[in-house]
Design a protein around this ligand. Sequence first.
Ligand code: ADP
Ligand code: MG
Length: 243
Amino acid sequence: MKTHKDAALEELFPSNYISVVHPINACVHDIRNMLAVVEGNASLLRMHGLSEKAQERIQSIENATHFSEALCSQLMKYLSLKAGSYELINLTETIDEIGLLLTSTVSKKATVDFELEQNLPYINAIPFQIKQVVTNLVINASQAIKNEEGAIRVSTNTSDCENFIDLAVTDNGCGIPKDILPNIFDGSFTTKEKGAGIGLSSVKEIVDNHQGAIVVNSTPNLGSTFKIRFPVKTNKQLEGEQK
Ligand SMILES: Nc1ncnc2c1ncn2[C@@H]1O[C@H](COP(=O)(O)OP(=O)(O)O)[C@@H](O)[C@H]1O
Ligand SMILES: [Mg+2]
């Protein structure tokens, strides 16, 4: 039977996401949870004063679970990159489609303001992946605000030279210390207790695949802005490139 969640997903994402990617993703997600149980229990066993040989066995269980967790992360990333195909889109319309989802995902004390330019020129993009990028940035923004009152702004506009579309997500959260700034796009890099560290590495990969560029401005205790620039595309340019 179709649930409300299925219906929402169907509206937002391409058909191969619902039929193929989502079930496999959900399965991999569950496997990761099970691996965490195995790993947790293996470490608890250490407290039972076991022999050196037994400790070595526990170490190999832990090593194997770490490796399997890394494989699961890779697989989830690969699957999300497989969903959808390129088309000419208006970035504002794509973000509008997930407006409600974004406002309902952030913490209750944070507000999300949209400053979206209408009638934007097109970019050549996979809508599902663009939604993933915006969702990841907004979730990070909300987590940076923690339990304080805070504001997140999502904006789109045409660059001054009109050859690019800029997307920016700004928050007034904790900011990013200078010394970790170079690491934030690395796979598995996280400063959060329950973080997976794959959000920004996927964002970077998607932006690279879309021939875009990403710039981060951040001040500790004041907040951060993630700005992404996509090249404008016309049907004519696309046809020229495909020849
Ligand atoms: N808006 C933000 N404000 C402050 N720090 C951020 C923000 N976005 C990302 N970060 C930092 O970058 C790290 C990596 O982010 P991400 O790849 O999304 O993984 P995760 O959210 O699972 O930690 C975060 O752990 C955090 O330290
Ligand atoms: Mg994240």
